[in-house]
Structures are given as C-alpha cells and as structure tokens.
Ligand binder design. Structure first.
Ligand SMILES: [Cu+2]
Length: 446
C-alpha cells in the first residue's frame, strides 16, 4: 500500500483511501520542518559549517558597482568569490542539503554550499578562475563545466579527464574564461544518481564589454525534476520517465519567484534543462527571441520571434524581449502535466462516471471512511477540495494550487509569472503584487 500512496489522490473512490490514510497519519509526528525532520537526519548530514553558507536572501538582490548587471537566480543566489592575485577564487562544497520545494514539502537533495541547485557562479569573459571543489557527499564526485571551452584536464569527467574526487577530498580547477554566455555545472560521476538528487548549478559569464548583449533585467533558473513518493523525503534516482515533481530551481508554483520588471526593460531569462525530458517554455503577452544557448550568442540575423521555445535535455535557451505590456504574464512549461503538483498524476479517470449512489454504498460498507464523489465533470474542483484539507498525506503537494486576485489558479510545478509594471526603479526586483487592471480591461460575464 505504501508504495502507491501518491496514487491515493481523492478522485472518486480513491478519496476513500486518502481519507482513511489521513486518519492513520494523524497520530504521527507532523513536524517535518526544515530543522526537525528526524527521518531525514538518518539519511543525510545537515550542513555542518553554516559559516560558509550565506543567506540567499542577502544575495539574490543584484549588487551595484560591478562591471556587469548581475544575474538574478530565481529562489537562488550567486556564490561570492575572492580575488587572489588576479584570479577569481570560488569554493564549491558538494553536500547533502534539504530543499523546501514549497511550504508543506521538503526534499533530501544533493547540492552545493547548502542549496540545491547550488549557487550561481558569475564571472566575466577573460577572467582567470580557480574553483575549489570539496566533496562532502557520501560518494565520490566531480564537476563538469557544461559548455565551457577549457583545457581537457579541467573538463571534470571522472575517470576520463581526472580521478574522482573522493569523499572528503578537495580538488581545484583553474582555467581562463574564453567565452561569454550561459553555462551550467554538474557532476560527471554517478550522474544518474547525483543529478536526480539535484546536484547542479548555473555558470553565467558576462561579456568583457558590458555594452555587448546588455539587458536591464537578467534572470536564470534550471529545470529539474524529481520523483518523491508522497510520505517520503528522498528522490528515487532510478526513475527514468515517471517523475512527479517538475521544478524551476527545485521550487514549485506558487513558491517560485516572480520576475518583476518595468515597462520598457529589456529582459533576458536563461533556462537550463537538466531533467530527463524536454520542456517547451512558453510566455504570455510578449514575443521573444532566443538570443543565447549553451553554445554562445545567436547572431541577430538568425533569431526569429517565438512565444514558446523548447529546451531539450542538456540544453540552455536564453530568451529576450522588451517588456512592453503591463500585467501579470504567465511563464510556464507547456507540457500540462509539468504544471501540476505531484498529486495530479496517475489518478483514476472518473470523467462522466456516475457516482451519485456511491457515497451511500461505501458509507454502508465502511462507515469510518469519508467518501466524496469527484472528477465526474473535470478536475478543477480539486483545488477547492485540497484547500479544504483533503490532501492530507505527509510531505507532498497538491495537484493544483495557487490563488490569484480572481481565485484559484489551478496549477503547480513549472509555472511562474513575469510581472510588468510602469515606473519600477532599476534594481528594484521586489514583488509588485497583483496587477491592478485598468477599468473595463478584464474579461467579464455577460
Ligand atoms: Cu516541462
């Protein structure tokens, strides 16, 4: 029964099982907060050296005074560096971490410097970088610098270009950044396991000439997917296709940062894909062009307008547009299951199934269970039911969630918004709240 918990979403007869399960779970420890989950502690080592971990909240706001416009990593942060005799020194620590995907669900992940994905590395074309990598994972690892042109021995492929970084060991990578653009880092050791656990990060290299490819707002995030059965905390790394958590930077809607921009801003959004499938990323209200891939900048003559761009596995696509139209514009993966929470998959099909007399019949058979007929006319009622507390399994997320100014948004997973507002100051990335529509500009009942 336990292995099928995630199938017990309350649709039709399955709600019976959910309600019954919930009552059996009530007596258990529900305190699965960030610090106190004893079942997680058995499986991983919490960060022991918090001094190295800067609070993301203190870092995600772009800083002034750089020769470039700093990147904004959704729900993430940029790793600080130290300048040592002309070399930018970074220190990545590969280690188990706990990531909150959304309130109500935390996941045992592998990441870097306390977070999964790891912090964004940010440097400038021409920089010499020295990157220390300390391995605090329970097994060996390496780091591959995806897309970077560098000496073969710095490429990070365990066994092929370097020995594996053993548990407790520190290796150093050093190379000169000969390109600008959008890149990633991830292990090239036991990849299936380590990437399924969330070991990944982005590597942004700004052009040497800050006027080249300049934009007003520059965002980045990684697509990552996980298979975490309801009631459990650790992703199943052997899953190949049936993932149930679809995330931007290991966060799910409505807990993914919105991208807050001003009318007139040139906006770039860089999306890297380290999942096991492609994601057609779609934006509302504007047309965009793909201006950069992990292979470099796309020449202007080779760009064309799009509203959806597919980001295949192991690819990066940076889209650019000028924010012209005020409003709250959706940006999401267009695979509809990827904008659903983990409870939305593998539910029984109750569409058009008459269930009128089932409540009575099941109550007669099993008086302790609560049964509610659902799903006959579609699944939109799910969010309402979930809001009333029907999804009561431990450590999982509802099928659809999020509430906007007009009610339930009925989504989850790979979904966020670009909030375009007038008069938003440069450098102000704060959430603009919901859009106040001008009178007469909202679709209405007639
Ligand atoms: Cu997708």
């Amino acid at each position: 029964m336990q292995q099928n918990r995630r199938n017990f979403l309350g649709l039709g007869a399955t709600l019976l099982a959910t309600a019954g399960m919930a009552s059996t779970l009530k007596g258990q420890d529900h305190d699965h907060g960030f610090h106190s989950d004893s079942s997680s502690k058995r499986q991983l080592t919490l960060v022991k050296n918090p001094k190295r971990i800067l609070s993301p909240a203190t870092i995600i706001t772009p800083r002034e005074g750089k020769s470039y416009n700093p990147i904004v990593t959704l729900n993430g942060w940029t790793l600080p560096y130290e300048m040592k005799e002309g070399v930018k020194e970074f220190h990545l620590i590969a280690e188990p971490v706990i990531r909150e995907f959304s309130p109500g669900m935390v996941v045992n992940c592998w990441g870097y410097n306390g977070t999964s994905p790891g912090p964004t590395l940010e440097a400038v074309e021409g920089d010499r970088v020295r990157i220390y990598v300390t391995n605090k994972l329970p097994e060996h690892t390496t780091i591959h610098w995806h897309g970077l042109v560098l000496p073969n021995g710095m490429d990070g492929v365990g066994g092929l270009t370097q020995p594996q970084i053993g548990v407790g060991e520190t290796y150093v990578y050093e190379f000169t950044l000969t390109q600008s653009g959008t890149f990633m880092y991830h292990p090239h050791a036991d990849e299936m396991m380590q990437m399924a656990m969330g070991a990944m990060g982005m590597f942004i290299i700004h052009p040497k000439n800050p006027k080249e490819h300049a934009v007003d707002r520059d965002f980045c995030f990684l697509l990552a997917s996980y298979d975490v059965a309801a009631g459990t905390y650790t992703p199943n790394p052997s899953t190949m296709t049936e993932f149930n958590l679809w995330t931007f930077n290991s966060r799910t809607f409505p807990s993914i940062d919105s991208m807050n921009v001003a009318v007139g801003d040139r906006v770039r959004i860089r999306v890297g894909n380290l999942t096991m499938t492609n994601h057609p990323i779609h934006m509302h209200g504007h047309t965009f062009e793909v201006t950069c891939t992990d292979g470099g900048w796309v020449p202007k003559s080779a760009r064309w307008p799009e509203v959806t761009t597919d980001v295949a596995v192991g690819q990066i696509r940076a889209i650019e547009f000028t924010a012209k139209h005020e409003g709250d514009w959706s940006l999401h993966c267009h695979k509809s299951h990827h904008t659903m929470g983990p409870m939305g998959h593998n539910v029984p099909n109750m569409l058009v199934v008459k269930q009128d007399d089932l409540t009575e019949k099941i109550s007669d058979l099993m008086p302790d269970y609560m049964y509610m007929p659902m799903g006959k006319n579609g699944m939109a009622e799910m969010q309402e039911m979930e809001a009333m507390g029907m999804t009561l399994l431990q450590n999982t997320l509802p099928m659809m969630t999020g509430t906007g100014p007009f009610g339930a948004i009925e989504t989850g997973g790979m979904f966020t918004t670009v909030k375009v507002r007038k008069n938003k100051a440069r450098g102000d990335y704060s959430d603009s709240g919901w859009f106040q529509h001008p009178a007469g500009s909202v679709a209405k009942k007639v």
